[in-house]
Design a protein around this ligand. Structure first.
Ligand SMILES: NC(=O)c1ccc[n+]([C@@H]2O[C@H](COP(=O)([O-])OP(=O)(O)OC[C@H]3O[C@@H](n4cnc5c(N)ncnc54)[C@H](OP(=O)(O)O)[C@@H]3O)[C@@H](O)[C@H]2O)c1
Length: 276
């Protein structure tokens, strides 16, 4: 699989497997299908399934990249340390490839979220300097959340994970992270299926002889964003990986970039979930 190089020199695959709501069986299928980067979180409750899937498939720990996240209620120095230990225990490993803060604030009421982010980050930096984590990241951080980290960090974030898909590209944030040399990853790269019936996506799928999901995933890759699609069947897992083999032309990329907003999850770091 093609790779990309992070700002700290670590080389990771150009796409990964998203495991939110994934069970053991589909994680096994993903490993058997050739996925080498697994995105999980303590919140997903499936870190143990990942370790079982590695055991079941015989894939060695060092052959895959595993990313996990610190949940909202585990933020702060000591809680981050404890959460990290539980994550390692669940995954039956002694290091993580990537650790991220899942959301920039634990709730909307807390006014001192910047201080809490920095405490959490300090714990992650200490784990990083002990060689327990290979790269650090921020998830659901908009530029102004990240500026706080960038202004005070000893270890710069290498990854920013955002909701990113056709119809919801958060262009201002993407531009910011590009400027800062931080790799953006796309969560919900096919908008949890919400964009697959869009007219433009269907038209382009026909033009390039691929599926709508492949158009969406390929779009991420050509934007320099690392997609993390989740799928449950071996057929879909394969289909999503095969989007590495075709190219969408610049004009069509621009049409996707400029399509009307759609498919947003309703999740935002600074407000209650919007019911769509
Ligand atoms: N950082 C965060 O806060 C955050 C938030 C959300 C997600 N994520 C990460 O991003 C990953 C992906 O996001 P997501 O799971 O929300 O959404 P997604 O990957 O955009 O979409 C997954 C949905 O699309 C379906 N699907 C997959 N491949 C398909 C194909 N080729 N054709 C038709 N349908 C297809 C899946 O169905 P089946 O499963 O039934 O096959 C599933 O219902 C997550 O698993 C997680 O790792 C992170």
């Amino acid at each position: 699989m093609r790779t990309l190089k992070l700002n700290n020199g670590l080389t990771i695959p150009i796409m990964g497997f998203g495991t939110y709501k994934s069970e053991l069986e589909s994680i096994v299928s993903a490993l058997e299908g050739g996925y080498k980067y697994l995105d999980t979180a303590s919140y997903y409750g499936n870190e143990r399934d990942i370790s079982m899937a590695l055991e079941q498939t015989g894939v060695k720990r060092e052959e895959v990249f595993i990313a996990s996240k610190i949940w909202r209620s585990d933020m702060g120095y000591d809680s981050t340390m404890k959460s990290f230990s539980r994550t390692l225990e669940n995954l039956r490993t002694d290091y993580l490839d990537v650790l991220m803060i899942h959301w920039p604030r634990p709730n909307l009421e807390l006014r001192e979220w910047k201080a809490l982010d920095l405490e959490t980050w300090r714990a992650m930096e200490d784990l990083h300097s002990k060689g327990k984590i290979r790269a650090l990241g921020l998830s659901n951080f908009l530029p102004y959340h990240s500026e706080n980290i960038l202004a005070h960090c000893r270890v710069r974030p290498s990854i920013a994970q955002l909701e990113f898909h056709a119809g919801h590209t958060q262009a201002f944030a993407l531009e910011y992270y590009r400027r800062e040399g931080i790799q953006v990853q796309a969560w919900s790269p096919i908008g949890r299926g919400r964009v697959l019936a869009d007219e433009l996506i269907i038209e382009l799928a026909g033009k390039y002889h691929v599926t709508p999901a492949q158009v969406c995933i390929r779009f991420c890759i050509q934007e320099g964003v690392m997609p993390l699609p989740k799928a449950s069947t071996p057929e879909r897992l394969r289909e999503n990986l095969e989007c590495l083999d075709f190219e969408i032309d610049d004009e069509d990329i621009s049409r996707i970039e400029n399509m009307p907003p759609m498919g947003w999850s309703g999740e935002h770091p600074d407000r209650e979930r919007v019911k769509i």
